[in-house]
Design a protein around this ligand. Structure first.
Ligand code: PDD
Length: 285
């Protein structure tokens, strides 16, 4: 049985309980992070904590008192769950004010901090990465602050179901003819070896994997251009791929039924995936 973390305690997953008045439950008033673990070590941990601090601050949400202990808590979760390869999910909500009220509670309401692990043995060698993902496009119907990693995941969840019903692997979201991002990942195209991905603003999540990939690509003398691209441009691109803490770098071989790169993962995506996994393992803590 998994051991989860709840507000200072390590508990069996069936024992840990959160109040029905918790604002995460009633209002989706919470933020989260997903950190990958390879060989028992945390990938890009500092980046995830930094983004968590930013999400909390943008939401005017109190930091958990244990903010400074997050590395130790993550490590303890790895140990207690014998986690080798997989993910650590962390969520902070505005806590339990004892009733339902649209207004934020006073600052003395403690935030709720929850962590749990998901074991995914060997997930760095996911078969999908060899085959390449197929995606459909869907309109982006999310709210306007997608740079904050909130737990309001209903629309991404609906979009994943649309992809599932269409028999493909995922969906890319489109606003004003331009791709914003994937349901749970950042989107890229490649043309003549040049990597193109949307610039950072409120429209997309500032992916930790994205930051690492752009850094590695630049170090490897690859051309990077941060700008929006249209769905049509994506369908005509040499290659496409997406990135996230759980997918690393995932080649895309089909968009809305249009086949890219002869239906096989492209060289740039394949190389970036290799570089990302190798470099992340080197700096894992
Ligand atoms: N999703 N864009 C969205 C909308 C996301 O939900 C995610 C992450 C990303 C990629 O961010 P990062 O590289 O920091 O993982 C981009 C996580 C993995 C999830 O919800 O499970």
């Amino acid at each position: 049985m998994r051991i989860v973390y709840l507000n200072g305690d390590y508990l069996p997953e069936t024992v840990a309980k959160v109040s029905v008045f918790d604002r995460g439950f009633l209002m989706a008033d919470g933020v989260y992070e997903v950190t990958s673990v390879l060989g028992g070590k945390l990938i890009d941990f500092a980046g995830h904590v930094k983004r968590l601090e930013r999400s909390l601050s943008e939401m005017n949400m109190r930091q958990p008192d244990t903010m400074g202990d997050l590395l130790a808590i993550h490590r303890e979760m790895v140990t207690r769950n014998d986690l080798v390869d997989g993910l650590i999910y962390l969520q902070v909500t505005r806590g339990n004010p004892g009733d339902r009220d649209f207004h934020y509670p006073s600052a003395d309401t403690a935030p709720t901090l929850v962590l749990f692990t998901q074991s995914k043995p060997g997930f760095a060698n996911a078969p999908l990465a060899q085959r390449g993902a197929r995606v459909i496009s869907v309109p982006d119907m999310r709210w306007g602050r997608r740079d904050i990693k909130t737990v309001q995941l209903l629309y991404p969840s609906m979009a994943k179901m649309m992809a599932h019903e269409a028999g493909v692997d995922d969906a890319w979201m489109v606003q004003d003819d331009h791709v914003t991002e994937g349901t749970s990942n950042n989107a890229y195209i490649v043309n003549d070896g040049r990597i193109i991905t949307r610039a950072l603003n409120h429209d997309i999540l500032h992916g930790i994997t994205r930051a690492a990939i752009l850094r590695f690509a630049t170090e490897a003398q690859m051309d990077v251009e941060e700008r929006s691209f249209t769905l049509d441009e994506a369908k005509q691109a040499d290659e496409a791929f997406f990135t996230s803490a759980s997918a690393f770098v995932m080649p895309v071989v089909e968009i809305d039924g249009t086949i890219l790169g002869g239906g096989k993962p492209g060289p740039v995506a394949t190389r970036l995936r290799e570089i990302y996994i190798a470099e992340s393992l080197k700096s894992a803590i």
